[in-house]
Design a protein around this ligand. Sequence first.
Ligand code: SF4
Length: 89
Amino acid sequence: MEGQKPCLRCLLAELEGDEYARSLEDYIKKVPEDKRVDEETYRRRLEQCSSCGRLINAVCLECGCYAELRALKPDAGCPAPEKRWLPEV
Ligand code: SF4
């Protein structure tokens, strides 16, 4: 990613040629169902992140997390003051 322009509002899947992003995607696929939100919730959360100005190179600038990893967790919520998505538990 060095030398590349920051990718605004990009998720991991959109970071082309980034080996670390690919390994995180592999990790996400392997998280057991009982440790993650359902696909519909995950997709809805990531839609919010994808339209958020705080997402740069797949990282949320509010918390420093990869948005896809944070959005996966049932007990996590959007850390921004306006709470674009909420925890499930
Ligand atoms: S978690 Fe919230 S603040 Fe962070 S990128 Fe997603 S919507 Fe934006």
